[in-house]
Ligand binder design. Structure first.
Ligand code: KIV
Length: 271
């Protein structure tokens, strides 16, 4: 049976009907598992920095690192729509954004790029990308690349003025041509209003129940993240403990000499 990859059109058709399941992935094995488990959209997030590369936050992630991880992820997928983050400062000029997005599309073969925020640099960048036929996912609310401006991991849009500003930004991004919108750390009623007023799907993370889809970080979902785990993360497995137990059993088998026991699974005869 031919499995068809999701497109912007198939995802947009889900708005208000069938929730979009989105998950991050940063390497080939996690992409294979997510793709085969029926995840609709895989995001190669710049959260690769804090989650996988040991950086304090997403700011140090480079363009080369994004291309490297996105290539591995795309190779592991057949069905999921793959989006890669444009790393911090790749919107410094629209020309530069085109170079970075072009690399992600041509070298990594992703289907879209995601850009955080709605200030003049991002709006010019989105216009240029859309003009060149590159699908763009927007990202509003708490945008981790602007962490220092926000003064920490804080819910955005809590006052009526701040909520109105984010709602205006959502409309502005839609008019500029984004295909999907991620809403991170905003009050549930604001996310619901944006979802109702926009024609494109919203995908929430810490944004309540009323978005058109939800996204989670792979390592948070599976209990593999050793750093700061946000409150909105939902853990379905204590993977870290299971991994540690398995590795401890392996170490014990090697030390006791039973690892290469001829009766043990995995034993390869040498003759
Ligand atoms: O980088 C990332 O993982 C993200 C998601 C949290 C939406 O941007």
């Amino acid at each position: 049976m031919l499995i068809k990859r999701h497109t912007i059109q198939t995802l947009q058709a889900r708005k208000g009907r069938d929730p979009i399941v989105a998950l991050t992935a940063y390497d080939h094995p996690s992409a294979v598992v997510a793709d085969q488990s029926g995840v609709d959209l895989i995001l190669v997030g710049d959260s690769v920095g804090p989650v996988v590369l040991g950086y304090a936050n997403t700011l140090p992630v480079t363009e080369d690192e994004m291309v490297h991880h996105a290539r591995a992820v795309v190779r592991g997928t057949h069905r999921s729509f793959v989006v890669a983050d444009l790393p911090f400062m790749s919107d410094r000029t629209p020309e530069h954004t085109l170079v970075v997005a072009g690399r992600l599309m041509k070298e990594a073969l992703v289907q879209a790029v995601k850009i955080e925020g709605c200030n003049p640099p991002q709006l010019s960048a989105i216009e240029a990308l859309v003009h060149h036929g590159i699908p763009v996912v927007g990202h509003l609310g708490f945008t981790p690349q602007h962490l220092h401006q926000f003064g920490g991991f804080k819910v955005q849009g809590k006052t009526p003025e701040a909520a109105e500003r984010i709602l205006d930004q959502a409309h502005r991004l839609e008019q500029t041509g984004i295909a999907l919108l991620v809403l991170e750390l905003v009050p549930e009623d604001l996310a619901a209003r944006i979802t109702l007023e926009l024609g494109i799907p919203t995908i929430g993370i810490g944004a309540g129940r009323h978005c058109d889809g939800q996204i989670q970080v792979f390592h948070d979902l599976l209990g593999l993240h050793v750093g700061h785990v946000p409150r909105h993360a939902r853990r379905y497995l204590d993977g870290g403990t299971l991994f540690a137990q398995a590795i401890a059993r392996y170490a014990q088998d090697v030390r006791s000499g039973s690892f290469l026991d001829v009766e043990a699974p995995g034993y390869v005869r040498q003759d």
